[in-house]
Design a protein around this ligand. Structure first.
Ligand SMILES: NC(=O)c1ccc[n+]([C@@H]2O[C@H](COP(=O)([O-])OP(=O)(O)OC[C@H]3O[C@@H](n4cnc5c(N)ncnc54)[C@H](O)[C@@H]3O)[C@@H](O)[C@H]2O)c1
Length: 315
């Protein structure tokens, strides 16, 4: 039997997630949005590419949560994107309302699903989903590190003129300006970039990675990035649904790892059919550890602004 994947929010990121999951034959996809007709139209269009591409996965558009029942994976992309000049944190109040409502409805009909959050501000929205769904931390995680690492890899390949396939990058921390790219663990064919580039070029790569989302927002003028974000989610979905035990940086609820407790922060985790199977604690220098803690503190201050309680999913 095929997996069932629900994507909530059929905007730029949602449609890209849905299309990539179908194209990779990760399962049948249900694409849901509040706008009537729009998810149905996009789903039909996506499915009509199946005969050309040659993938066997249905794509179904809907406005009704009943159609999402029994999903193995629910990807949450509904909410407002940034406008030029806005930080991800400026989206907190409106997107909290949207995410709480969508997660409540989705988790009621798919109580065994794994939730991947995409909506910004990412780490705080993961916490909203965890509280509303009541799911264990293994089944509520966020996409940010895979995207931020891909951005850093793209910048490394551009800077060094090498194949992106030879690059590997590690970005930890919250999904915001306080994220922590780790040049020591970022390599080209196994060689750290700190040995390949002068310090000022490494610093420039780190800074461009931190501002990678904002760079696209100001170029686009309306909306934010979606090709790389959509594919980053599909990579996580594949690791989970194909039980690959793949190690990817994901926003995860830490309970003492890295000396951080009760906060979502991006760290390397092993993803498989149960969701987050293991949190990896890599060696950090005192400076890297301080930066990770500062990033966790900024996530925590945002989490402190969330409502004290949410109506739970099973009420
Ligand atoms: N985590 C990341 O790395 C990352 C990357 C890119 C975008 N994002 C975030 O993802 C979110 C979506 O971005 P986008 O570019 O797709 O935006 P978009 O405006 O193109 O799409 C959002 C969609 O959500 C829908 N929606 C709104 N309220 C809804 C509700 N209650 N129920 C169902 N659908 C609802 C809208 O109708 C719209 O189609 C934004 O918050 C953005 O900041 C996160």
């Amino acid at each position: 039997m095929r997996n069932k994947i629900t994507v909530i929010g059929a905007g730029h990121v949602g449609e890209t997630v849905a299309y990539n999951c179908a194209r990779m034959e990760l399962g049948d996809v249900v694409l849901l949005d509040v706008i009537e007709g729009m998810p149905q139209g996009k789903a039909l269009d996506a499915y009509q590419s199946a005969p050309i591409f040659g993938f066997d996965a249905r794509v179904h558009g809907t406005n009704d949560y009943a159609d999402t029942a029994g999903s193995d994976l629910v990807v949450m992309t509904a909410g407002l994107p940034r406008k030029p000049g806005m930080s991800r944190d400026d989206l907190l109040n409106k997107n909290t309302e949207i995410v709480a409502d969508c997660v409540r409805r989705a988790s009621q009909v798919s109580p065994d699903a794994i939730l991947i959050l995409v909506t910004n501000p990412l780490d705080a929205m993961c916490e909203v989903a965890r509280r509303v769904s009541g799911f264990p931390r293994e089944r509520v995680l966020g996409m940010a590190g895979v995207l931020d690492s891909a951005r850093m890899r793209a910048f490394m390949a551009m800077e060094l003129g090498v194949s992106v396939e030879d690059t590997h990058a590690f970005v930890l921390g919250g999904h915001g300006d306080s994220m922590v790219p780790l040049p020591r663990y970022s390599t080209v064919a196994g060689v750290p970039i700190t040995e390949l580039l002068p310090a000022d070029r490494v610093d420039a790569l780190v800074e461009r990675t931190r501002k990678g989302g904002g760079e696209i927002v100001s170029l686009l003028k309306s909306g934010s990035a979606y090709y790389a974000p959509g594919l980053a989610v599909a990579e996580m979905a594949e690791a989970i649904l194909r039980d690959k035990h793949k190690i990817l940086p994901c926003a995860t609820y830490l309970q003492g790892e890295y000396g951080i407790r009760d906060t979502y922060v991006g760290v390397p985790v092993q993803l498989g059919r149960r969701g987050v199977e293991k949190v990896f604690e890599i060696e950090l220098t005192p400076e890297e550890r301080t930066a990770l803690h500062a990033s966790a503190d900024s996530v925590k201050s945002l989490m402190d602004m969330l409502p004290a309680s949410f109506e739970p999913a099973m009420a």
